[in-house]
Design a protein around this ligand. Structure first.
Ligand code: ARG
Length: 257
């Protein structure tokens, strides 16, 4: 496991929620959901009423579906207003962690029942172009409920958002002095804005599209240390295939009379 981006626990920034962001109501980001996995706190993005996109590493601690929960439409971490869903099945990318640590850091979660969509819960669209992948793009937004302090209380202001700028893989590799893979991309907030611990699995949004999944970084909002994301454009076929497989399996489980 040489060359990991970051000694992740030695974060220099102990104010560990989305760094440099602002609180937002869930109605503004209705595709963002919380994903609790037995001690691991992650986020996710609604893809449709039966599927949530998240990061593969959110399953590192636990693989048992009975200890997982998705919460939709709740602004604050201790809200009771959200809709809670149990998990029927999940699929982690088969090449997760294979070539380098955190490669293919992407997964899908299927709840036990359909998620109710409304003004606090909407689906994001899977990006259908790679036009956002350029350094002049200004519309790249990340959201999350990340923790306020490492291992400490979760974000009091609830859901937060900030904007970040695209950094090419080559520049990102140079800044971290490691090799990255084409299934990843990097975002930077000038050392003042960033995602952080607890934001993992959450979506990177570009207009109505989800373009990335929060994966990892070297601390949070450190100077010249862009954070790393799974590239949804790269995984679009994988996502489609997995959703088709799931539908086929469910139809096998409940055959028509
Ligand atoms: N890996 C972290 C998590 O599990 C997210 C890291 C995101 N970004 C960063 N700059 N550290 O919540």
């Amino acid at each position: 496991m040489a060359n990991v981006v970051g000694k992740r626990n030695k974060s220099v920034n102990f104010d560990n929620r989305i760094v440099g962001g602002e609180p937002v109501p869930v109605e503004m980001f209705p595709a963002s959901v919380k994903f609790y996995n037995f001690g691991a706190f992650c986020s996710g993005t609604i893809i449709n009423s039966w599927c949530v996109l998240t990061a593969a590493h959110c399953f590192d601690n636990n693989k048992e579906v009975y200890d997982m929960m998705i919460e939709v439409g709740a602004r604050y971490t201790h809200d009771s207003g959200g809709d809670v869903y149990e998990v029927l099945k999940y699929v982690i990318h088969e090449d997760y962690n294979k070539t380098i640590p955190f490669s293919c850091d992407i997964a899908l979660i299927f709840p036990t029942r359909l998620m109710k969509l409304g003004n606090k819960s909407k689906k994001a669209l899977i990006v259908n172009t790679n036009k956002w992948m350029n350094v002049t793009e200004k519309n790249i937004i990340v959201t999350g409920w990340g923790w306020t302090r490492y291992g400490g209380p979760i974000s009091k202001p609830g859901l937060m958002k900030t904007y970040l700028r695209f950094v090419s893989l080559k520049d990102c590799e140079e800044m971290h002095n490691i090799r990255l893979t084409p299934d990843m991309f990097c975002l930077y907030g000038e050392g003042t804005r960033d995602t952080c611990k607890g934001d993992s699995g959450g979506g990177v949004l570009w207009n109505d599209f989800v373009i990335g999944v929060v994966s990892h970084g070297d601390g949070c909002a450190r100077k010249n240390k862009p954070s790393v994301y799974a590239n949804v454009w790269y995984f679009r076929q994988w996502i489609k295939t997995q959703m088709e497989h799931f539908v086929e399996k469910v139809c096998d489980m409940f055959p028509p009379d």
